[in-house]
Design a binder for this molecule. Structure first.
Ligand SMILES: [Zn+2]
Ligand SMILES: [Zn+2]
Length: 397
């Protein structure tokens, strides 16, 4: 594969970084050792480093060999998940209950590889900011970085992101303009009834019967309320209620998540949950309380930057290996917060077909090391093409 030769030369080094990060996974805002490794390597490459951004975030800044006032950001995420790893490999997690099951170890290693090469060559005009972000999973490290003023402190014209994607074969990329990953919200419904002896249901207000109707009823949001051609998901993922065989409890708690692309659909879901939950609970004589929390917005790729990303990927793996028509994913990604602020593109890099355990967030998952030079080459070519010297030198100064 036409990866950059120099990057292929340090494939083993990138693999070593990846294994070191994989063996010591850290979760949201606790990425201290990972940040130490990232900062140390960046400094050894000659990249200037700022730390402590959104607690454990690291930003490297590199200027090209020609001056230019343009700047872009390339972003990788550093956090792992609360999963007990079940792989039997030498680099398996040494941190009990924590694991790199989403491949962020690979993302970090690929961006480090790109930084190493770009620092050696500096074949661009302007500035690259390498964003190593904490807490992508659940806790919104990207949002915190933005709230702390990262985009004012490091002004950029565009931001680019990348995620490994196990459904895409190695040697392929996938990207599309517009929505690529979904908005992610969470909700909790507390149903309060009246507990009683299970043999005397007429004395109870049974929250379990209300909950059962509610689980079904909520599915009518996507099937009856949302436009059939819009994407949306309402999933109940937790049901908590009752302790023993012969007692009707007085309370049931349901929790779940919703996904959507269109902001208007997102706005539609919360009141629909409230209406249905309230109606069913009233019909049962129970009371309900709803907590609804908006987490990540939908990830929307900008069209110009998506075209740049796709053309860059094609320059490495060939046009036929860049998939532009893959369906968006209903999973979420907090890189969406950067794309709310700046134009940019988020691309999937193929991590191999999903064999047993080869799916994200699975205890058998392991980032595919074959992919490292492809991803690092993508980053380098992307930066070099966006910050091409000709463009900067052609502009009057
Ligand atoms: Zn993940
Ligand atoms: Zn991830």
């Amino acid at each position: 594969m036409p990866v950059i030769n120099r990057i292929a030369e340090f494939h083993a080094e990138m693999t070593q970084w990846r294994h070191q990060i994989h063996a010591h996974p850290e979760t949201a805002f606790e990425e201290h050792k990972t940040a130490d490794l990232v900062a140390g390597l960046l400094e050894s490459f000659g990249v200037s480093v700022d730390r402590g951004i959104a607690q454990t975030g690291v930003i490297g800044t590199l200027k090209g060999s020609l001056a230019g006032d343009r700047a872009i950001a390339l972003r990788a995420d550093m956090d792992g998940l609360h999963i007990e790893e079940q792989n039997d490999v030498p680099h398996a997690s040494q941190n009990h209950g924590r694991m790199h099951a989403c491949g962020h170890d690979g993302h970090t290693a690929m961006l480090l590889g790109a930084a190493k090469h770009l620092a050696e060559t500096r074949n661009f005009a302007g500035t690259i900011h390498f964003i190593f972000q904490p807490a992508e999973e659940n806790e919104g490290g990207a949002r915190l970085m933005i709230e702390e003023g990262v985009l004012e402190r490091y002004p950029v014209e565009a931001v680019y992101g990348m995620h490994n994607w196990p459904e895409v074969p190695v040697g392929q990329f996938a990207v599309r303009p517009g929505p690529m990953m979904a908005a992610f919200d969470i909700f909790e419904i507390t149903i309060s009834g009246r507990g009683a002896h299970a043999a005397m249901p007429h004395l109870a207000i049974d929250p379990i019967v209300a909950a059962a109707q509610l689980v079904s009823g909520l599915q009518t949001i996507t099937s009856r309320n949302v436009h059939p051609l819009e994407g949306a998901v309402v999933s109940i993922t937790q049901v908590h209620g009752g302790d023993t065989w012969n007692v009707i409890p007085d309370r049931v708690v349901l929790r779940g998540t919703t996904r959507s692309f269109n902001p208007a659909v997102r706005d539609q879901i919360e009141p629909a949950i409230r209406r249905i939950a309230d109606g069913i609970c009233r019909a049962c004589g129970a009371q309900m309380a709803l907590r609804y929390e908006r987490r990540y917005p939908a990830l929307i790729n900008a069209s110009t930057e998506t075209e740049i990303a796709a053309a860059t990927a094609a320059s490495i793996v060939g046009e036929s290996n860049v998939k532009r028509d893959l369906l968006p994913s209903m999973a979420a990604e907090d890189f969406a917060c950067f794309l709310e602020q700046k134009p940019g593109a988020y691309i999937w890099i193929g991590n191999g077909t999903a064999e047993a355990g080869g799916i994200l967030h699975n205890p058998h998952y392991d980032f595919n090391d074959e992919v490292l030079p492809l991803g690092a080459s993508y980053w380098v070519r992307l930066a070099e093409s966006v910050l091409a010297k000709e463009r900067a030198s052609a502009s009057p100064t």
